[in-house]
Design a protein around this ligand. Structure first.
Ligand SMILES: [Zn+2]
Length: 692
């Protein structure tokens, strides 16, 4: 629900953003996953040449011997193992709270989890929980009343909106929290799925229409009626896709900043009366708002004027069914999994129910389950060590800025100022959110989901006009990820990622700097990538580079965009050609990876010097420098389904593991030196790119 409250730049795409992974009503028993090793000699493929393909060398054996589990679409040596383990530990906590709660908080999240696990009751209730929404949709008589309908559905927590509305920091005055509205309403992963004219996407569109048809038939419609409704859904979603802004443009802060008065915004869309919607979701009155994607709202208005009322009813009925599909009876569940899990993502088996319910509870009550989770799994000493590591990385980025070959002194000074203003958040919030107003009922799964959606929105809308609270978090404590927020100018590391193989008290510094060190460096560098560099230290969209420096900066980011744009994101298959990585979509992440690798290496050198060690000292047959690069690469060992490779190429701002490794090392001279490579070998190209 936090569409706008936080606009974080993640370390890794969130699993839910990548592919729907519905859960089976099955009863498979959870087992404790192993702790991931920080540095894994058995992962290495010694038949590969590190100077030719370092990813293959560092990860080859792991990739070969770790096929994707049937309930996953992507399997990563670090992120997946730690996430699965965190989820298992969280499940233990939830399962115990569901059967024997020891506090009011445990009772609340235990009931939330317990309601989700009760698939017998889900089966028994059938579509009953959706009836209030269906009734409202049925009663729609006039397309001009769409705003009222959407408002009423939103007020009840129904997952159906045509757009995203929330509160955000004003890009140009980050101390202000303002209303913001942007595009939405699509069911497929990206606008390209509706618009690209290739055999591959034509097939997917055909399968999608068949899926929508089946869902309507399951809901009781005749096949003819269902087919007609599915055609209407496809027509509306295609029109919304055409009006939507492309992902590459959404990354450009200037392109998503358009302050309108409410009156002018209303003039843009005369056929949709937003005042009904705003009053239904109970937002306090406001005079101006940011319209991220004005063209989308113009397109939406044309569509409202044009589409017959029955088409709109079909669309909202579909969105209601689709939004709840994972939590409906098995027939709906299976049909939903068949298309969104199998066909779109290549997932062989549904995610076990306990995993899905654990994630759902973490999503809804993250800071409730999180406060108990960190007591059990996050030692205070971990925070102290992280503070030291972050300080070491800050110093290195400062040194890096001072010695940058292409930047003038004036801009260097401004960059150092911004660096000095980055705030660090480590582990978990100092103050936990209060969930006491969220009513949870043990026998009402969909009701809980809807009430949680309403609760989250009320929490978000309450920020309007209030001062920014720097202590709020955009991720729950068990999450294995990290983020930088350009408006806050802060870096955030949840407790979930602060463990092996990212961070290991017992490992040597080379391995820790290659793991969590690069992660910290990555997040800091986001403050200076093509997007983050447009914001100043206070989080305001304001140029702080001189025109010449900005030009030099852009030449360097263009180099990275071209380099990564030449990599294959998905292999050719049959008539479908190989899909290239989108160098512009992934530019911010690639810049952050490259910067992170360089500054964490500098921090390692500093640390080794204070310990009286040399970079050439060997452990297990590898020098400190080699261990650093191997530790870094082994964070990214992965397998992904071909379907996910294709989907991610369009939707994921992060490069696949292979290119996060090879792309980064081939731009950093110290790598070639560490492995004795000759200039001109693939990992040491004659022309490499460097931004930071
Ligand atoms: Zn990132």
């Amino acid at each position: 629900m936090n569409c706008f409250r936080f606009a974080p730049i993640l370390l890794l795409a969130a699993a839910s953003a990548l592919a729907q992974a519905p859960a089976a009503p099955g009863t498979s028993k959870p087992t404790a996953p192993a702790v991931a090793k920080s540095f894994d000699l058995t992962a290495i493929d010694k038949t590969a040449d590190p100077c030719t393909d370092f990813y293959q060398y560092a990860c080859g054996n792991w990739v070969k011997s770790n096929p994707i589990p049937a309930d996953q679409v992507r399997w990563m040596r670090s992120f997946s193992l730690v996430s699965e383990r965190n989820r298992y530990l969280l499940w233990q906590q939830l399962d115990s709270a569901a059967s024997n709660p020891k506090s009011a908080l445990e009772k609340q999240y235990g009931d939330y989890f317990g309601a989700c696990m009760n698939t017998g009751l889900v089966e028994q209730k059938g579509l009953k929980p959706l009836e209030p929404a269906f009734k409202r949709i049925d009663a729609l008589k006039d397309a001009h009343k769409l705003a009222t309908l959407i408002g009423e559905l939103a007020a009840e927590g129904s997952p159906t909106s045509l757009f995203n509305f929330g509160i955000e920091q004003d890009e140009k005055d980050s101390s202000k929290q303002i209303a913001g509205i942007g595009q939405g309403g699509l069911s497929l992963p990206d606008r390209d799925y509706y618009l690209v004219d290739s055999k591959h996407f034509q097939e997917i569109r055909q399968q999608y229409v068949e899926h929508v048809t089946k869902m309507f038939t399951l809901a009781g419609d005749t096949p003819e009626q269902a087919a007609k409704e599915a055609t209407a859904v496809m027509e509306i979603e295609t029109a919304l896709a055409k009006a939507s802004m492309a992902r590459v443009d959404l990354r450009d802060p200037a392109k998503v900043y358009h302050i309108y008065t409410v009156t002018d915004f209303q003039k843009l869309t005369p056929d949709f009366d937003y005042s009904f919607y705003f009053s239904a979701v109970k937002v306090r009155p406001f005079e101006t708002l940011n319209v991220a994607t004005p063209d989308f709202f113009k397109g939406l208005n044309d569509l409202i004027a044009k589409e017959p009322i029955d088409a709109w009813k079909s669309y909202f009925r579909w969105r209601t069914l689709h939004g709840s599909a994972s939590n409906l009876p098995k027939a709906f569940f299976d049909e939903n999994f068949g298309f969104f899990g199998k066909t779109l993502a290549g997932q062989k088996e549904p995610t076990p129910r306990w995993k899905q319910c654990t994630s759902m509870t973490d999503h809804a009550l993250g800071e409730a389950v999180g406060q108990d989770w960190v007591k059990l799994h996050f030692p205070p000493a971990a925070k102290a060590s992280m503070d030291q590591l972050v300080a070491a990385l800050e110093k290195s980025l400062g040194d890096d800025i001072k010695t940058l070959p292409w930047m003038t002194d004036a801009t260097k000074k401004a960059a150092e100022e911004k660096l000095g203003m980055i705030r660090n958040k480590i582990g978990y919030p100092e103050k936990w959110r209060d969930y006491s107003a969220l009513k949870v009922e043990r026998g009402d799964l969909i009701g809980n989901l809807n009430r949680s959606a309403v609760f989250e929105r009320a929490w978000e809308l309450d920020h309007l006009g209030k001062p920014v609270d720097e202590k709020e978090w955009g991720m729950t404590p068990p999450t294995v990820n990290a983020y930088y927020d350009p408006s806050m100018n802060d870096i955030n590391f949840p407790a979930g990622i602060l463990q092996p193989p990212f961070f290991d008290f017992t490992a040597d510094p080379a391995v820790n700097f290659g793991g969590i060190g690069v992660v910290i460096g990555h997040e800091m560098t986001h403050g200076f990538d093509d997007e983050g560099s447009q914001f100043d230290g206070k989080g305001n969209l304001r140029e702080w580079q001189t025109p010449d420096d900005r030009k030099a900066f852009t030449e360097r980011t263009d180099c990275l965009a071209n380099e990564y744009g030449s990599f294959d994101a998905a292999p050719a298959k049959g008539e479908t050609p190989a899909q290239k990585l989108n160098g512009k979509l992934t530019l911010g992440e690639n810049t952050a990876d490259n910067g992170g690798l360089r500054i964490a290496y500098m921090a390692l050198l500093d640390t080794l010097a204070t310990q009286g060690k040399a970079i050439h000292d060997k452990i297990d047959g590898y020098t400190e420098a080699q261990r650093y690069f191997l530790g870094f690469a082994q964070v990214w060992c992965e397998n992904r389904t071909e379907e996910v490779a294709r989907q991610s190429a369009l939707t994921d701002a992060h490069s696949p593991g292979r290119w996060r490794v090879n792309g980064s090392v081939q731009n950093f001279d110290e790598f070639g030196k560490a492995f004795g490579c000759a200039k001109g070998q693939p990992m040491v190209p004659v022309n490499s790119c460097r931004v930071w």
